[in-house]
Design a protein around this ligand. Structure first.
Ligand code: NDP
Length: 329
């Protein structure tokens, strides 16, 4: 069996996790990691991984079947995505929800021109949550869908706290409100405000002599990030942050409550739950499963950008259609 030859573009949390994810799949092999940094400064998680500059990728189009793009969504992906879409089949976890339509358009254009398949916005949200929202809404057209995130670390909110004057380091947890989840599960179909759905808990290390009251005020009133939430701020030491908050857990719930029937009404609840010990490890494994889909679709002559909902589930599995029918259907 020819293995799917994979490259990783960008070597942060997600890139490192993709390296580990590939090792769990026998039909895949890692050709190398591509970085903007000096390759000789990169220490890979596992031994013997080749590290290349981004420029070297252009010379390797015949050595790599699928590139997994692991740059940051805010500023890396809008540049790296379209560049690589013109050269390779790609899979990425682009998660700036509001900009997905414009990102899709440019990726689609470049992928069609290059006759490649580019799967965008994979991961868990967007990604697995999107698929589950779609299934639930298609099956129960009359109803409401709710998404809750957490408990987990939000990198964006942690970064926002770190930008406050006097803050040395910080971690922010997004916490879903149990009362809201229970109301949804009971089928009350509540109209929930932002504040009623999630709370925010911040663990903050400050510089010596910093004004804690002022920092707390600035965090709690920060527009877009904290102002619309019940926010708790805890000041802790650097050691406590390292010891108790070093991981990257996350997760959440997609719940749809729907009704069927005419004279007699029936209530149905669909719930999809993720409880992730490591957000990057899980996200990477989703991306790696979609690598298989990008590769196979391209082998079949398909090209263009796709999102996770455009892809039939069997394309994700290493098992044959026959095996899947036997074991899962
Ligand atoms: P990181 O900040 O860890 O990495 C982003 C980029 O920064 C890397 O590609 C790397 O590029 C560079 N970088 C990483 N570490 C260093 C360092 N020590 N010094 C200098 N540069 C560094 O981001 P994550 O890997 O955690 O996340 C990537 C994206 O994944 C996020 O922006 C998010 O949008 C997305 N994501 C999507 C999810 C989903 O469900 N769809 C879930 C989770 C994340 P280079 O090697 O070129 O320097």
């Amino acid at each position: 069996m020819n293995k799917i030859r994979i490259g990783i573009v960008g070597y942060g949390n997600l890139g490192q996790s993709v390296e580990l994810g590939i090792r769990q799949n026998e039909d895949m092999e890692l050709v190398g990691v591509f970085t903007r940094r000096d390759p000789s400064t990169i220490k890979t998680v596992t031994k013997g991984v080749n590290v290349f500059t981004m420029d070297e990728a252009k010379q390797m189009t015949d050595q790599i079947d699928v590139m997994v793009l692991c740059g940051g969504s805010m500023s890396d992906m809008p540049v790296q995505g379209p560049e690589f879409a013109g050269l390779f089949n790609t899979v990425d976890g682009y998660d700036t929800h509001a900009k997905i339509p414009e990102y899709f358009a440019v990726m689609n254009k470049n992928a069609l021109e290059a006759k490649k398949v580019c799967i965008i916005a994979s991961g868990w949200d967007p990604g697995m949550f999107s698929i589950n929202r779609l299934y639930a809404e298609a099956i129960l057209p009359e109803g409401n869908t709710y998404t809750f995130w957490g408990k987990g670390i939000s990198q964006g909110h942690s970064d926002a706290i770190r930008r406050v004057k006097g803050v040395k380091d910080a971690k922010q947890y997004t916490i879903p409100k149990e009362s809201a989840i229970e109301a949804v599960r009971r089928g009350e179909m509540p109209e929930l405000t932002t504040r009623e759905k999630h709370g925010r808990e911040c663990f903050v290390v400050v510089e010596e002599g910093a004004d804690k009251a002022q920092i707390e005020h600035e965090i709690k009133t920060m527009p877009n990030y904290f102002a619309d939430y019940d926010t708790e701020v805890h000041f802790i030491t650097e050691e406590e942050l390292e010891k108790n908050h070093h991981g990257l857990p996350h997760g959440g719930l997609v719940i749809r409550h729907g009704r069927t029937g005419l004279n007699e009404e029936h209530n149905h609840v669909i719930e999809y739950r993720l409880d992730l010990d490591s957000n990057p490890n899980f996200t990477a494994n989703v991306l790696v499963a979609f690598v298989r889909a990008a590769y196979r679709l391209n082998q079949e002559g398909v090209s263009g950008a796709k999102t996770v909902i455009d892809i039939a589930p069997a394309y994700l599995s290493s098992k044959s259609a026959e095996e899947l029918r036997k074991s899962l259907i």
